[in-house]
Design a protein around this ligand. Structure first.
Ligand code: 3H9
Length: 707
């Protein structure tokens, strides 16, 4: 028998058992996030057995090593047969343990990780810990008792709220709602857990497992579930797992624990089998995969970014300045017009104050952030900036002039970035004597909200500059995706093809509302034309003017959209665009004036409108995108399919439950898409339907184009 103070490891990693005094300590040590894979599951059972067999252990403590408690089941095992012991089996062992088990939580206890903690008899969290059941974001529901134990601890309404949102709560809130029993200060979950265990033993307390508690669920109002189902049908009409979550939590309050758990299992397995689960898990890994850039040597050094600059105090420049301020990086905001600068700063303040009104920032935080943004008319203030983002008017002439000035003003080693959405980054870089320090940082509007950042690598951009900006993207909360130089880069180049088809379909007889209905039916949050109104019709119109000036033959004929812009219908910002908007509302309302502009446009082109089917709209809008994406891959503008998927997921609202554009294309059927592309090439023509060789090849070989 080990002596009381002895620490004896009887279980190798990833889970070990050792005793500290009269407490048996089970430590999960499985970097990076202690995911509960097969090794951890068997390790937990073995460690629990060791603790139960250890006569001198009066209570057991479960802690995790490293930066976090368990972050959930091991997602990489999904889709494969689950080797025993399964997570529900491990959890049943913990729940039924003859010795009290205390979970001491630090970092994030998520999903299956939190479910393991919930099966322990006492829950202690460090003040900095966060706890949640995010399975819904992966198209799942908590499948190891979470939907049954959480309501028993916090009540059905709060449990539904947490499981349906997938958002974690902080330790203080967890204590307030009854999810944890104590919150401890300090950085060591082991010390906090040992303190709690000693208290427990000293007080002679016999805690009741969550599975045996009924106080919080007794008398739950059954209309909670009917109301939630109605709300979900309205709010998330496409999603599969949220409805199953409501069913599972309802089972927790209507069935005995064992039956409720069996019902949860059934519902979990149905979610596991759903294509949405595969799509959402692809989206989860895509977000992480894009940070690993092919060809960028591991350990590439990065530069320190302590001070940033932004040129242009318009909507885009202001939003970019906010991104830096939000991450605590001081930023100089430069404009050459005093009015524009004042308007820009006022807009930033309004934006922060609106966030504060929603309770997401305190008044002091608003002032802190405003205090980090320094408006100026002088480029001289950029002399010591580590990185400058130019967000000026979309004109090559304007941008090259600015970059010449930056080259003469900024310190050596400063990174010079352009936020251009269409122009040639290499031509902009060539205006400087330091093209290795130049690249594109293409933010998406509103820049302080949208997560995508296309990082445009120029022909001469150095590895260090690319690595620095990709790391900065993460620091400012963006999903950075590296792309090459071409017109529109990846996102807008694909969008242009969808836009071309959407416009052509309206030209032939569809209405903008019909096109938008098909796209929202597919799962986009906004249709193409509602999105155009949000972005502003004037943006495309000005770009068109620029291209017309440059003699681009494709931009010669102004469209009905240009006519709307000429009439001052810029979109939501003028309460009129392709749709009209009631003051203060973002709901698009079809407008007879627009129908008449479209009718006039058709007449002037000699087109007799025809009935266009929804199927044709779906195919032409989406397949044109896939064809373009395949060309982008062929040309190496995107290094991998996953980069294109992440760009459309995070920048354009591609439905995450469909996984991403190319992930979806494989499920739609490449053969079907390739055949349709060839048919439209023959029947409609135009460069957009010229089939991608890669697409045809993969379809012919029966190979996927995504992953
Ligand atoms: C579940 O639990 C189902 C159960 O209810 C029922 C079962 C029967 N598995 O995000 P990061 C990897 S469903 C495998 O960059 P951070 C990740 O891919 C699960 N791997 O770090 C990355 O790998 P790499 C419910 C995972 O500090 C590395 O860890 N749980 C898992 O920014 C670092 O990740 C969730 O949905 C996992 N569960 O954020 C939580 N989690 O280095 C999902 C992470 O090779 N995870 N990895 O690219 C997260 O939300 C974040 O990763 C976390 C850390 C907040 C934990």
């Amino acid at each position: 028998m080990p002596s009381p103070a002895q620490t004896e490891a009887v279980q190798p990693n990833p889970v070990r058992y050792a005793r500290q005094g009269r407490i048996g300590v089970i430590t999960v040590d499985y970097p990076p996030v202690n995911a509960v894979g097969h090794g951890v599951r068997s390790g937990l059972v073995a460690a629990l057995d060791a603790g139960l067999a250890d006569a001198e252990a009066e209570a057991l403590l479960l802690v995790c090593a490293g930066r976090t408690f368990m972050a959930g089941a091991d997602i990489r095992e999904f889709g494969k047969p689950s080797a025993p012991p399964t997570l529900p089996q491990v959890i049943a062992r913990l729940d039924g343990s003859a010795k009290p088990v205390i979970a001491a939580i630090h970092g994030t206890a998520l999903g299956g990780g939190l479910e393991v903690a919930l099966a322990c008899h006492v829950h202690v969290a460090l003040r900095s810990a966060r706890l949640g059941l995010p399975e819904v974001k992966l198209g799942l529901l908590p499948g190891a008792g979470g939907t049954q134990r959480l309501p028993r601890l916090v009540g059905a309404a709060k449990a539904l709220d947490m499981i349906l949102s997938g958002e974690p709560v902080g330790a203080e809130e967890a204590l307030a709602i009854g999810l944890v029993d104590a919150v401890e200060d300090g950085n060591s979950p082991l010390e906090a857990g040992l303190r709690a265990a000693e208290r427990l033993l000293a007080e002679g307390w016999t805690p009741q497992p969550a599975s045996a508690r009924t106080g919080r669920i007794a008398g739950t109002d059954p209309t909670l579930f009917t109301a939630m189902r109605a709300e979900l049908t309205k709010r998330q009409p496409h999603l599969f797992s949220p409805h199953r979550i409501v069913d599972a939590v309802e089972a927790a309050v209507t069935l005995p624990f064992a039956e409720g758990t069996a019902r949860e299992r059934e519902l979990f397995l149905a979610c596991m089998d759903s294509p949405q689960r595969a799509g959402l898990i692809h989206a989860f890994f895509a977000e992480r995969e894009v940070a690993k850039i092919p060809g960028l040597p591991a350990g590439t050094p990065t530069r320190d970014i302590r001070k940033a600059g932004v040129i242009g105090a318009g909507t885009m420049g202001g939003g970019i300045a906010m991104c830096f301020a939000n991450a605590g990086i001081p930023v100089v905001l430069v404009d050459n017009a005093p009015d524009a600068l004042d308007r820009g700063m006022a807009a930033i303040r309004r934006n922060y104050e609106a966030t504060a009104r929603k309770g997401r920032l305190t008044a002091a935080q608003v002032e802190d952030r405003m205090g980090l943004i320094h408006p100026t008319l002088s480029y001289g203030a950029l002399a010591d900036a580590d990185l400058v983002v130019e967000a000026a008017f979309e004109s090559m002439e304007v941008k090259r002039t600015i970059f010449r000035v930056l080259d003469g003003t900024c310190k050596p080693g400063a990174i010079l970035a352009t936020n251009t959405s269409t122009l040639d980054v290499d031509a902009i870089a060539a205006a400087t004597g330091r093209p290795q320090d130049v690249l594109g940082m293409h933010f998406f509007s509103p820049a302080n909200v949208m997560r995508l950042l296309e990082v445009v690598r120029g022909a001469r951009t150095s590895h260090t500059v690319l690595a620095t900006v990709m790391a900065l993207a993460r620091r400012i909360g963006k999903v950075g995706v590296t792309v090459g130089v071409c017109y529109g880069f990846v996102g807008n180049r694909i969008l242009q093809q969808r836009g071309r088809e959407a416009m052509a379909l309206v030209g032939e007889g569809a209405s903008p509302e019909q096109v938008d209905r098909v796209l929202t039916g597919f799962g986009f949050p906004l249709g193409h034309f509602a999105m155009t109104d949000l972005a502003g019709i004037d943006v495309g119109w000005r770009i068109g003017e620029e291209r017309r000036k440059a003699g681009d033959p494709e931009a010669q004929t102004p469209s009905w959209l240009d006519v709307l812009a000429e009439r001052g219908r810029y979109g939501q910002k003028t309460s009129a665009g392709v749709y009209r908007y009631e003051p203060g509302s973002r709901t698009p309302i079809p407008d007879p004036e627009v129908a008449s502009v479209i009718g006039e446009d058709r007449r002037s082109r000699g087109i007799t409108p025809r009935a266009v089917s929804d199927v044709e709209i779906r195919e032409r809008c989406l397949y044109a995108m896939v064809n373009e994406a395949a060309k982008i891959l062929e040309e190496g503008i995107a290094a991998r399919p996953v980069d294109i998927d992440a760009i459309w997921l995070h920048g354009y609202g591609f439905p995450s439950w469909r996984g991403g554009l190319l992930f979806w294309a494989d499920r739609e059927g490449l053969g079907k898409i390739a055949a349709a592309v060839q048919r439209y090439h023959r029947d409609i023509g135009g460069p957009q339907w010229c089939p991608s060789a890669l697409l045809l090849q993969r379809a012919a070989d029966g190979q996927p184009i995504g992953c």
